[in-house]
Design a protein around this ligand. Structure first.
Ligand SMILES: [Zn+2]
Length: 166
C-alpha cells in the first residue's frame, strides 16, 4: 500500500476520538498524531535511500516489524491505564502506535510483511493479496473514499454549526 496509510490513520483516529474523551486531548492533536503514526513505519525510507543504498526491501527493517509496534502499543496502553486517562500524552502514544501497527496490516494486503520477524531474525514474509478477490489498489481506493466521506461529513457538520450560530 502506498496512498491509503494516512487516510486510514485519519479514519481510525476520527472513529476512536470519542473513546479518548476523558484524556483531555484536542481533536486536532489526536488526529495529527494518528496520521503521523499511520506513516511512521515508512520513515525507514530515509535509511533505505541514504544508508542501505536500496539493497534490501524496507519491510525487512525494524520499523516494519510487527513485534515492535505491538510492544509499543501495549506499553502505551499500559501507560494510559496507569495514568488513569488523565493526561493527553498516553492517548497520543496509543493512537500513534495503533495506527503504526495498522500500517503493517495494510502493507500485508499490498505487499508482504515478516509477521514473525524479531531483531536478529527476519523469517518468512506473509502477504494476503493473492487470496483476496480485489486488488490492493481497489482497497486503497475504498479507504481513500472512506476518508473523504468522513471528512466531508465533518465539514458539513462544522458548516451547519457556523450557520446555526449566525
Ligand atoms: Zn510500509
Amino acid at each position: 500500500m502506498q496512498y491509503a496509510h494516512m487516510p486510514a490513520g485519519y479514519i481510525i483516529s476520527t472513529l476512536l476520538f470519542k473513546k479518548f474523551g476523558k484524556c483531555n486531548v484536542s481533536y486536532r492533536k489526536f488526529i495529527s498524531y494518528g496520521m503521523i503514526g499511520a506513516v511512521a513505519p515508512d520513515f525507514d525510507m530515509i535509511y533505505f535511500f541514504f544508508q542501505d543504498h536500496i539493497l534490501h526491501h524496507t519491510h525487512r527493517f525494524y520499523s516494519h516489524y510487527p513485534i515492535i509496534w505491538l510492544s509499543l502499543l501495549l506499553l502505551s496502553a499500559l501507560w494510559m491505564l496507569f495514568d488513569n486517562y488523565h493526561s493527553q500524552y498516553p492517548a497520543l502514544a496509543v493512537i500513534f502506535t495503533l495506527n503504526g501497527f495498522f500500517h503493517l496490516i495494510l502493507d500485508t494486503i499490498g505487499g508482504a510483511i515478516y509477521w514473525l520477524a524479531r531483531p536478529g531474525m527476519v523469517g518468512e514474509s506473509f502477504a494476503i493479496e493473492q487470496y483476496l478477490p480485489w486488488s490492493s489498489a481497489s482497497i486503497e481506493l475504498v479507504i481513500l473514499l472512506g476518508a473523504l466521506c468522513l471528512s466531508g461529513k465533518k465539514l458539513i457538520i462544522y458548516l451547519y454549526k457556523v450557520i446555526d450560530n449566525l
